[in-house]
Design a protein around this ligand. Structure first.
Ligand code: UD1
Length: 367
């Protein structure tokens, strides 16, 4: 099989790595000729390289090194570089994951070059087109030939958009494969010790959505809520570079630092972040992936958004949407802390072997 034209696995930004690592391993074990391509959308050591190490992924075969820019320029740069790469390597299939700009850009290129595209984490919809990721999801799904869904709401969304049944494969949540793997290694992390958190109750805060951190009004309303919650709760806040930059420009850093019990830290790698989550009491976040990881860990998740593309984390999980207004966050937080999150069965196919199901279907579709 290894002489055949390669399959290209695309990663670009932080949430992509844990979705590609288990699939890369499965395809490797089946002897598939694959190449790992990193667009370089994320480039900081802490946003990118450390994940390769933590996930046991090989170094990428190629990095396009595109870096940060406006949406149009970043997407366009990836497209130009990826088209050239495809010309040189003549892939038989491109596999993209998630909903970041790299996902969209590489799908567009592959579709125009008539290269088969597979999308892992297909069908999710927030129905909020102000989210750049929603645009990326809609376009990626409409152009992809093979659609791997993490939950059955994804199948429904795709069918409602007119996608044929034969393209849709409900395979489960591949991020849970990586989560189960890393949980076994969390004892190797020294993060709890180094932050003095052993035996203490704390919550994790993560923020990076443009709708929360790009506008002063929204960001300061969230900071006010954190000021309230932080009076009686220890908070650990690994700060995304975008959030740090905006908070600095808006003069919000001193206010956040002054919150009693608040610890601002650098973005963490996958091992240390999962170790932090596994011992936390709650998560306050606007991330997509964390809603799922919190559900898998049965950890109350208070999501600072008014919608989610992952509704199963509410119907079958620990997630609660609270928006970004101070009073709603404080009320939602209190309700979540009074909730019952005793162990319950996880959603179907969140079982740690999604990558194997995907690899079987990919191999079947190969030339
Ligand atoms: C991207 C994804 C988002 C995902 C998030 C996870 C898109 C549209 N958004 O958002 O879906 O949830 O990644 O982190 O693809 N920066 C650095 N170093 C880096 C990367 C970014 O300093 O390694 C800073 C730069 O100032 C940059 C800003 O963060 O301008 C935004 O980066 P970008 O990749 O455009 O989007 P994210 O907000 O990270």
């Amino acid at each position: 099989m290894s002489n055949k034209r390669p399959i290209i696995l695309v990663v670009g930004a932080r949430p992509n790595y844990m979705k590609i690592a288990p699939l890369h391993k499965e395809l490797e074990s089946r002897g598939v000729n694959q190449m790992l391509l990193d667009t370089g959308q994320h480039y900081d050591e802490k946003m990118s390289k450390v994940f390769f190490r933590d996930l046991g992924m090989p170094r990428p075969d190629i990095c396009l090194g595109v870096g940060s820019d406006s949406h149009a320029r970043q997407t366009a740069k990836i497209m130009v570089e990826f088209e050239e790469f495809c010309r040189q390597h003549d892939p038989q299939m491109v596999v993209v994951v998630g909903d970041v700009n790299s996902t969209l850009a590489c799908t567009l290129v592959a579709a125009k070059m008539n290269v088969k595209t597979a999308h892992v984490e297909a069908g999710l919809r927030s129905r909020d087109r102000e989210m750049p990721e929603e645009i990326n999801r809609i376009v990626t799904d409409s152009l992809s030939d093979i659609l791997f869904t993490p939950s059955l709401d994804g199948d429904e969304n795709l069918k409602n958009e007119g996608v044929g049944d034969e393209k849709i494969h409900f395979v489960g949540n591949i991020m849970i494969d990586s989560l189960f793997d890393i949980l076994d290694k969390c004892h190797q992390s020294e993060i709890l010790e180094s932050l003095g958190l052993i035996g203490s109750d704390y919550g994790i805060v993560t923020l990076h959505r443009p709708s929360n951190v790009d506008e002063h009004l929204a960001f300061s309303s969230i900071v006010e809520a954190l000021e309230h919650i932080g009076k009686s709760n220890k908070l650990v806040f690994p700060m995304h570079p975008r959030t740090k930059k905006n908070a600095t420009e808006m003069g919000l850093i001193p206010r956040i630092e002054e919150i009693p019990g608040m610890e601002i830290i650098e973005p963490q790698g996958y091992l240390d972040f999962t170790a932090l989550m596994a011992s936390a009491k709650f998560v306050l976040t606007d991330s997509g992936g964390l809603q799922e990881e919190a559900t898998a860990l049965r950890l109350p998740c208070i999501t600072l958004r008014s919608n989610t593309e992952r509704p199963i984390t509410i119907s079958e999980g620990t997630n609660r949407l609270v928006g970004n207004q101070k009073a709603d966050i404080i009320r939602g937080f209190a309700d979540s802390m009074n909730g019952d999150y005793s162990p319950a069965p996880l959603p179907k196919y969140w079982d740690g072997v999604t990558a194997s199901r995907i690899a079987d279907i990919i191999v079947e579709g190969m030339e």
